[in-house]
Ligand binder design. Structure first.
Ligand SMILES: Nc1ncnc2c1ncn2[C@@H]1O[C@H](COP(=O)(O)OP(=O)(O)O)[C@@H](O)[C@H]1O
Ligand SMILES: [Mg+2]
Length: 206
């Protein structure tokens, strides 16, 4: 069962509106959410999530609307937003905004929140700057030929947006809300089903 299906005439804005836009209100109210693109190499996952300068995808549209929603309520609320962009390849984590930092560890903090130790956190609200960062990060993704594709993405790319929200009113009980949105461009799904490529690939197929 599908909630919605798009035909060939659907554009980035329509896909964004029907799938992701509605999550922003929840995000700034403290609800976590995840959006991911799944399918074989070449089906349009990266186009849908990242897009191009002219036709930006879900990442940038979401961030733009998030910043707008924050702006609209900023008289009453104090926000801080941070983003990170990482790759999971072969069960290893790499920082796509700073690939030279090597493989990073997952840690759990005292509140039980899972953190990637040492990851680059960006808090710019400039959409153009974000797009450039993400485009550059995307070029750092691990690609590897498979029997099915010459340049398939073997990694999952995860854009994580963390939003912290606090009331500006000092009389009110100082409740802090924290939520994360994960937007994920998964590795090509063909690797699991019918690509004969034994060895290291098998480890991320579980
Ligand atoms: N809806 C679309 N409209 C126009 N071009 C598209 C669309 N979807 C995918 N493409 C193009 O098709 C090619 C493969 O898409 P891509 O997003 O890289 O696939 P994937 O990430 O699933 O391997 C790219 O050149 C991309 O720009
Ligand atoms: Mg891709």
């Amino acid at each position: 069962m599908f909630d919605v299906a798009f035909d060939y005439s659907a554009n980035q804005e329509e896909v964004y509106r029907a799938t992701t836009k509605g999550l922003i209100e929840g995000l700034i109210s403290g609800y976590n959410a995840t959006v991911f693109a799944y399918g074989p190499t070449g089906c349009g996952k990266t186009y849908t999530m990242l897009g191009t300068d002219k036709e930006p995808g879900i990442y940038v549209r979401t961030l733009n609307d998030l910043f707008r929603a924050i702006e609209e309520t900023s008289d009453d609320m104090l926000y801080s937003v941070s983003m990170s962009y990482l790759e999971i390849y072969n069960e290893m984590i790499r920082d796509l905004l700073n690939p030279s930092s090597g493989f990073l560890d997952l840690r759990e903090d005292s509140k039980g929140v899972i953190q990637v130790a040492g990851i680059t956190e960006v808090s710019t609200i400039n959409a153009q700057e974000i797009m450039e960062l993400l485009m550059r990060g995307n070029k750092q993704r691990t690609q590897e030929p498979t029997a099915a594709n010459k340049t398939s993405s073997r990694s999952h790319a995860v854009l994580q947006v963390a939003v912290k929200q606090q009331s500006r009113c000092r009389d009110v009980l100082q409740e802090v809300r924290f939520a994360r949105l994960f937007m994920i461009d998964l590795a090509g799904s063909e690797r699991a089903a019918h690509v004969s490529e034994p060895g290291k690939r098998a480890r991320i197929n579980r």
